[in-house]
Design a protein around this ligand. Structure first.
Ligand SMILES: Cc1cc2nc3c(=O)[nH]c(=O)nc-3n(C[C@H](O)[C@H](O)[C@H](O)COP(=O)(O)O)c2cc1C
Ligand code: SF4
Ligand code: SF4
Length: 265
């Protein structure tokens, strides 16, 4: 059986899920490709011939990232595939993100075989977690992933029904709130301060090439996906978004994902 896992990640939580699924399937002699959605040309159709297909992505402001929605609009799959959606979040809000992609695929006639959700430490947490609290959330997330991975290995089917009108209306509401939340929090208004040392880590981790260095300072373009990889991985905590001063916040990367794994250039 050939599996393709398409994922989008800023701080590694999603990559950890994708790697966990890959490890388990490969131990069953299945072949697995992990594909970062941001490395695909989304202006053309994306044809997957895999028998098992997974889409793994975070929740941003109560919906799915725009890049994952764009991907779902371009995806073409075989009729008899096993397709699952795996949404994750920092506060338990992944259901809306799962449904946001489910609706795009279902409206295009693509059936979903299963959906999964896991809660992680948030990568946009205002206050730092205590060590114990962080460990407790990570431990719980691993339990959830282990359970979900075995469901994926066994190709279990669940949550396959079409979204009803109530769910569709609440999604629409969530989408509108997302726009307000995004503006209110200023997720895309990222700026650096004088502590910046021009190391270019932010440039390298940005999944969508939205940052360039000019005079050794980051300059942001208009393609931001709000992943906060740059803000979280800056070694000097020089980046802030909206009114959120990173210097006062927690820097986060999933502990089983390296900085190198998050670098695209
Ligand atoms: C801009 C932004 C908005 C977020 N909004 C939500 C949200 O509405 N609900 C939630 O539970 N988590 C939210 N989160 C937390 C992330 O979904 C969570 O930390 C996720 O696991 C990060 O995945 P990654 O490490 O693969 O990038 C948000 C994170 C960011 C960066
Ligand atoms: S990662 Fe931080 S220190 Fe390095 S260039 Fe970017 S903002 Fe400056
Ligand atoms: S600019 Fe920062 S927050 Fe925006 S997409 Fe790039 S890394 Fe993510």
């Amino acid at each position: 059986m050939r599996t393709e896992i398409y994922y989008f990640t800023g701080t590694g939580n999603g990559l950890f899920i994708a790697k966990s699924i890959k490890a388990k399937l490969e131990s069953n002699n299945e072949s697995v490709n992990l594909i970062a959605i941001n490395t695909i040309d989304l202006s053309n159709e994306i044809v997957s011939e895999a028998e098992k297909i997974g889409i793994v992505y975070p929740t941003y402001a109560m919906t799915a990232p725009k890049i994952v929605k764009d991907f779902a609009k371009q995806l073409r799959v075989r009729d008899n595939k096993y397709l699952f959606l795996y949404g994750h979040s920092g506060g338990g809000g992944a259901r809306v993100a799962v449904n946001a992609i489910k609706i795009i695929l279902q409206e295009r006639g693509i059936n979903i075989s299963n959906t999964f959700e896991t809660t992680f430490p948030s990568n946009s947490a205002i206050k730092a977690y205590g060590t114990e609290q962080l460990k407790a959330i990570l431990d719980k997330s691993e339990e959830s992933i282990e359970k979900n991975v075995s469901s994926i290995v066994n190709a279990e089917e669940r949550n396959t029904s079409k979204l009803n009108l109530i769910r569709k209306s609440s999604l629409l509401l969530a989408e509108n709130l997302a726009v307000i939340g995004e503006k209110f929090m200023g997720f895309k208004k990222i700026s650096s301060d004088d502590t910046c040392i021009g190391c270019a880590t932010c440039v390298k981790v940005c999944p969508v090439e939205n940052i360039k260095l000019s005079n050794n300072r980051p300059v942001f373009s208009d393609k931001c996906e709000m992943c906060l990889a740059c803000v979280n991985q800056c070694p000097k905590k020089s980046l802030s978004y909206g009114k959120m001063k990173k210097a006062n916040m927690m820097s986060y990367r999933h502990p089983d994902v390296t900085l190198k794994e998050l670098m695209y250039r």
